[in-house]
Design a protein. Structure first.
Length: 274
């Protein structure tokens, strides 16, 4: 009976019946993560683009500390699923924010990063290599890393991005000392200057992260216009021309709260990138 309930829940998601989804979960106590023959509720919502239902499920998962990495009967996680096509890659940051594991593996031992590498989805690779805990050297059941998979599949651009990220990670681990080590190398009289310098570097680094458009993943260099939602999430003017319906970060509905040009962010971009 429980399995029938999970199938009804997934069918309601496919039919985009938000009220029935809530009824089945809140009254009939169907699981927001439990698998059925149709998949897990989160996977089905992602596959069919049911964003309102997906947001509801993600909120439930976060509130109840449930496992967003629950795989379906084919051992596919929600991150694996959205990495199957370019059209769904924009969901990756949303899932990562809610605890999706970038290192979860499928039946072949492949991570979401490997799926993007195999399909030549360079944008997906760029998004998935941002989290610090993404294992770039993870191997599948055939002993292949994401970089090796991209090369074997004939995707040179994707392979180049992976190679650059691996070298960057290796450089940071090998060459950049920890802050205490830096302080130990300075005389006492240099500490105030070094401390102030590090603070400014830290500030600039955080601003630079904010000035990367979450849609196209390009830095918002002048003279690119910068727009933001009412929650101050930034995105570039190039992507604003695409007539985004929701904020790429918080999913705020632009039909109710249209984005505005953010001139303060543009001034920071001019300061940082000029």
């Amino acid at each position: 009976m429980a399995e029938d309930g999970q199938e009804k829940l997934c069918q309601a998601i496919i039919n985009n019946n938000y009220a029935l989804v809530r009824f089945l979960i809140e009254v009939k106590e169907c699981s927001p993560i439990g698998p059925s023959k149709l998949g897990t509720p989160v996977n089905v919502a992602c596959a069919h683009g049911r964003i309102r239902i997906l947001n509801y499920l993600l909120d439930l998962i976060a509130h109840n500390s449930l496992n967003i990495n629950q795989v379906d009967l084919e051992h596919t996680s929600c991150l694996h699923l959205v990495c199957l096509s370019m059209e769904k890659l924009w969901l990756i940051p949303r899932l990562l924010e809610h605890g999706a594991d970038p290192n979860v593996t499928d039946r072949q031992g492949r991570s979401p990063l490997m799926i993007c590498a195999a399909r030549g989805l360079t944008l997906g690779v760029k998004i998935l290599t941002k989290p610090a805990d993404t294992n770039l050297q993870l191997e599948d059941d055939q002993g292949q890393t994401a970089l090796e998979i991209a090369r074997k599949a004939g995707h040179p651009e994707t392979a180049q991005v992976l190679d650059e990220q691996i070298k960057k990670a290796e450089f940071q681990e090998r060459e950049i000392p920890t802050e205490p080590a830096k302080f130990n190398e300075q005389s006492i009289k240099d500490l105030p200057t070094l401390s102030a310098s590090l603070s400014m570097m830290d500030i600039d680094s955080k601003i630079a992260e904010e000035l990367e458009c979450p849609v196209c993943l390009e830095d918002m260099h002048p003279p690119v216009l910068i727009f933001s939602c009412s929650n101050a999430h930034l995105f570039c003017g190039r992507c604003n021309i695409l007539e985004l319906k929701t904020c790429p970060k918080c999913r705020e509905d632009f039909s109710q709260y249209p984005p505005n040009r953010n001139r303060l962010a543009e001034r920071w971009a001019h300061k940082l990138f000029s």
